[in-house]
Design a protein. Structure first.
Length: 598
């Protein structure tokens, strides 16, 4: 490859400097030149002692892309944003809020934030420390910082995109200047996120002086090409019920083949399933709206019949405020419009709870009907469902296992069925295929040191990843002790994977197991009660370096378990409740207390 020599006419160097630079460049290998370009860029970006402060308009600004992610969606958006910035030769870095050093905030010139909201308006667990710092007294003034926020959320929750809204408002209150107005994304976030990505990079480019491309670290490219748009069709190898006869639950152990996919995963990762709606539910909607099931429609998946689109492409059960708003206008339903009034958010959420779309259609029938295009425009795209992986790939090459509780219940006199769980339970027969892809979960990982002890707390299907943990540690020959807490209603019918736990106990892979079968006695006993009973020993394990893991229900179980842990640390560690809470926060910062809750 030919190269034009440097001289005083084509560079800011003197002739003597150019001659020296040419001799050095000629003597360097390709790798050495790449390293040197990065070194010089870093040297330019960090003034030495006594250097005069640099003016904002004259320095090469690094674009910091900060993300807070619970399920991986915000992380994925942030990584794609980093790749797009790099493609435009904008110097960028992508940082998890869990790894971000708060002291760096005062030096940010261009800050893009992509964050999810967890539960009822809370930050994702990995973002808790950053969120607390940002809203605390130590947060710096941010005059001179330009920022933009993309918020991900679910409008079926009352506090939609609350974390993104909070961060956006706080950055402005601290003196930051918006590059772009905040965008709030519902579960169908791809198109809105893509538009925001283009617009925000256009805005950021005006404030960035390009740095050498070699100095910009590209985000790691995913090894797996399968995603929600192009899932892998995995063959079902096994589908068996784990509950005994007479149980009120129907928990399925499902094994899928990954042969030929090239997919790999670690314990703690997530299997994402693209489900299919029940044809009977789609039929109810078509009948209520008097629509032709064979009519051809333009779905986001292409042209297909209306019946196929309702079965495969749209959320036809879940009610959202957006659907209520659109339908209220269409049906001229004053009762629905009243729920949308300012200050009525709580009443609206109460109305949505327990109702499906078909219930609204029957309660407020349309006089003039609706066309298929309008109907589909009011619905969200069918979303993937996520399951904690219940197997180790090291122990089960070419396979992935999940533990799925089939959701069936009654509401408003109508039988309801979980979209994905009953799809798997009823249709995932051996030999069939189901569309899946994998999502890494880097905030739920086994200790790096195989000799580190683990304490695993997983009632119900929350025990799934701990089956994966123990399989992995058994095959790897890990020396660390393992302690499992498990709970479910009944010992006789609901002791999931009982023979496996017993084998591991016998062989010494599992050192301790405490169980809580809440409906087997006069008094209900839960895993948090067992934690308190074993508090003294549990605290000794923690003090000795054990890692804590919690998986399962986010609404009740996880807060109850956390409260029990606070009590245990306070009682057996001689701390106040506030000090005990801080102790657990430090464990989280050190990645010794990790949660996978949903």
């Amino acid at each position: 490859m030919s190269r034009t020599a440097l001289d005083a006419t084509n560079s800011p160097l003197t002739d003597a400097q150019a001659a020296d630079a040419n001799r050095l460049i000629q003597a360097l290998s390709g790798d050495q030149r790449t390293w040197l370009s990065g070194y010089l860029a870093g040297l330019q970006a960090a003034p030495g002692e006594g250097a005069a402060p640099r003016e904002h308009a004259a320095e090469p600004h690094t674009l910091t892309i900060l993300y807070g992610s619970e399920t991986g969606n915000a992380e994925g958006v942030a990584e794609r944003l980093g790749e797009a910035a790099l493609a435009r030769e904008l110097p960028a870095r992508v940082v998890d809020m869990a790894d971000y050093k708060p002291r760096e905030l005062r030096d940010e010139h261009l800050l893009l934030v992509v964050t999810a909201t967890h539960g009822e308006g809370d930050p994702p667990d990995p973002a808790l420390d950053f969120h607390e710092f940002l809203h605390g007294r130590k947060a710096p003034r941010l005059e001179g910082t330009r920022f933009a926020v993309l918020a991900l959320g679910d409008s079926s929750y009352e506090h939609f995109c609350q974390t993104g809204r909070d961060i956006d408002a706080r950055l402005e209150a601290l003196g930051g200047e918006r590059l772009l107005e905040r965008v709030d994304c519902d579960v169908d976030f791809e198109e809105a996120a893509e538009a925001w990505r283009r617009n925000v990079l256009d805005a950021a480019a005006a404030h960035v002086i390009e740095a050498p491309a070699a100095a910009v670290a590209a985000p790691a490219q995913p090894a797996v090409t399968y995603d929600r748009q192009t899932p892998f069709h995995a063959e079902v190898l096994e589908n068996q019920i784990l509950n005994g006869r007479g149980s009120e639950k129907a928990t399925h152990h499902i094994e899928l083949s990954l042969e030929g996919s090239g997919l790999d995963y670690q314990p703690g990762d997530i299997l994402c399933l693209m489900p299919r709606n029940r044809e009977a539910v789609a039929g109810e909607l078509l009948e209520a709206l008097r629509l032709d099931p064979d009519q051809t429609v333009a779905s986001h998946s292409g042209e297909r019949t209306l019946a196929q689109a309702l079965r495969d492409d749209y959320e036809i059960t879940t009610l959202t405020p957006a659907f209520i708003e659109a339908y209220a206008e269409l049906a001229e339903a004053e009762a629905l419009k009243a729920l949308l009034a300012e200050g009525k958010r709580g009443e609206l959420m109460d109305y949505l709870h327990g109702r499906h779309i078909i219930d609204v259609l029957e309660e407020h029938p349309l006089e003039g009907g609706v066309d298929a295009e309008t109907l589909l425009g009011m619905m969200r795209r069918l979303q993937p469902r996520e399951y904690s992986i219940a197997s180790s790939h090291l122990a089960n090459p070419g396979e992935v296992h999940v533990t799925v509780a089939a959701v069936r219940y009654e509401s408003l006199g109508r039988a309801r069925h979980g979209v994905a769980s009953t799809f798997l339970a009823e249709q995932a027969e051996p030999g069939e295929t189901v569309p899946v892809y994998l999502r890494r979960n880097k905030h739920f990982r086994l200790p790096d040191d195989p000799d580190t002890a683990t304490v695993m707390i997983g009632p119900g299907t929350g025990v799934a990843p701990f089956r994966a943990f123990l399989q992995e540690r058994e095959v790897a020959g890990a020396g660390g002790a393992n302690w499992l807490f498990f709970g479910n209603p009944h010992f006789r019918t609901d002791f999931l994977y009982q023979t496996e736990w017993q084998r591991w106990l016998k062989e010494g892979v599992l050192d301790r197991m405490d169980v809580a079968f809440s409906r087997d006695g006069a008094q209900k006993i839960y895993v948090q009660d067992r934690l308190r009973e074993r508090g003294a020993e549990l605290f000794r394990w923690i003090e000795a370096g054990a890692h804590l893991y919690v998986c399962g229900d986010a609404e009740r179980m996880a807060p109850d378990v956390h409260a029990a842990l606070v009590e245990i640390v306070a009682e057996h560690g001689g701390r106040s409740p506030e000090e005990a809470s801080e102790y657990l926060k430090q464990l989280q910062r050190d990645k010794r207390y990790q949660r996978d809750v949903y």
